[in-house]
Design a protein around this ligand. Sequence first.
Ligand SMILES: [Zn+2]
Length: 53
Amino acid sequence: MTAARPQAPSPAPQRTDDAYKTWLGHTYACARCRNGAAECPEARRLGRAWRAS
Ligand SMILES: [Zn+2]
């Protein structure tokens, strides 16, 4: 039985591939992502690449 996962990327470090690290590193380094005030197109692109891998 598999539980349905939410659309948003989980903060838990379950994935250790490069795409995830790239995305995670961006969210830490990017002021817009850290703010969470605005949607960051770069984070969206990285997150998409991570989930597609
Ligand atoms: Zn960002």
